[in-house]
Ligand binder design. Structure first.
Ligand SMILES: *Cc1c(COP(=O)(O)O)cnc(C)c1O
Length: 339
């Protein structure tokens, strides 16, 4: 088979949700945007619902179709982008709860779907989404299901922006009886004063930092298509950027930047044959990667790029990015199997 195999450990996913749930006294939601962080909305939502999650969040309303199909009509599905022009039908049909981000969105929602549940997102300093303090009136939240905000620096516990945003959130929501939510994965780790009524973990569920105790959820094995022997002076791949300095064996594996193995891994990333590291030789191409397997006695049928030797965050470090980007870039060509 020519495609890589992406193995998704659903027990680890469920245990990560439960572990994050134990870290707070609040209700624990689940953020499943971007196809469940690349792993597949259906299997992710089914597993998290079974583990106990009752409130799910997506980035845009369209993403909720796949959720409703597996979750049924009961669970809460919040939409971070709020009530966008053209979304009235889907919000109504699927019973979604838009997190309204501006006075314009509030007006649109009241006008198009009066009486339909909504939440509010307020901006406490990230300046990305949410109602600004200068537009905010606490009465806006009277009928809201939830008032939420998002932290810009929660993955840096010592960053003073965290306490500042917490202070702003407390003062903007003072006296409200509406349930409140501030923490994603990073905010859960920051401590109880950030937890409020509902937490919204994403990356930690899928095994990524800043949830240091997360169990790894993904494993990715790439099939070796062929191997070849190089004499010193011969080169590998586009641009001839890898030049053999000694007799070298190169394995060409199936997988490339079209599959989310970003080109920044060229000559920097590593694959594994069991415990043995095998460096990427030369440039990552669209569908293929050259790997230096000179050290191996036997070249296995598959080499591992995500697994026990290398987490999503390790690979992200090698590529100069973050685990979120590695996960959500995982391409559609892999055979996704649940384990
Ligand atoms: C993506 C997102 C989350 C989840 O964040 P993680 O860092 O993945 O836990 C929570 N809230 C909002 C508003 C988000 O955009």
């Amino acid at each position: 088979m020519g495609s890589g195999t992406l193995s998704i450990d659903l027990n680890a996913l469920a245990e990560n949700w439960q572990a994050l749930d134990r870290l707070s006294a609040s209700e624990t939601g689940a953020v499943v945007k971007a196809n469940g962080y690349g792993l597949g909305t259906g299997r992710v939502c089914k597993t998290l619902a079974k583990a106990g999650a009752r409130r799910f969040f997506v980035a845009i309303a369209e993403e909720a179709r796949a959720l409703r199909a597996v979750l049924g009509s009961e669970p809460f599905i919040g939409v971070f982008s709020g009530h966008m022009e053209g979304d009235t039908g889907i919000i109504s049909d699927l019973g979604l709860v838009p997190m309204l981000n501006s006075p314009e969105q509030i007006a649109r929602h009241q006008d198009r779907l009066p009486g339909h549940p909504f939440g509010l997102q307020i901006d406490t300093g990230m300046n990305r989404l949410g109602i600004e303090p200068y537009d905010w009136q606490p009465e806006m939240a009277e009928d809201a299901e939830l008032v939420m905000s998002h932290l810009a620096c929660a993955d840096e516990p010592d960053n003073e922006a965290n306490a500042q945003q917490l202070g702003t959130f407390l003062s903007m929501t003072a006296g409200l009886r509406t349930p409140r939510s501030l923490a994603a994965t990073g905010g859960i780790v920051l401590g109880p004063e950030y937890h409020f009524d509902l937490t919204r973990p994403g990356i930690g569920l899928y095994g990524g930092m800043p949830f240091a105790d997360a169990r790894p959820v993904v494993r990715l094995d790439l099939p070796v298509i062929q191997t070849r022997k190089l004499e010193p002076g011969e080169s590998v791949g586009y641009g001839c950027t890898f030049v053999a300095e000694r007799p070298t064996t190169i394995a060409t594996v199936s997988g490339g930047y079209a599959d989310g193995l970003i080109r920044a891994l060229s000559s920097r990333g590593t694959l594994y044959a069991g415990d043995t590291p095998c460096p990427i030789a030369g440039r990552v191409s669209m569908d293929l990667i050259g790997v230096d397997v000179t050290g191996l006695e036997d070249v296995p049928g598959m080499l591992t790029i995500l697994g026990p030797q290398q987490t999503v965050d390790d690979l992200a470090d090698a590529a100069g990015t973050i685990g979120y980007e590695i996960l959500t870039s995982l391409g559609p060509r892999y055979k996704r199997v649940s384990t």
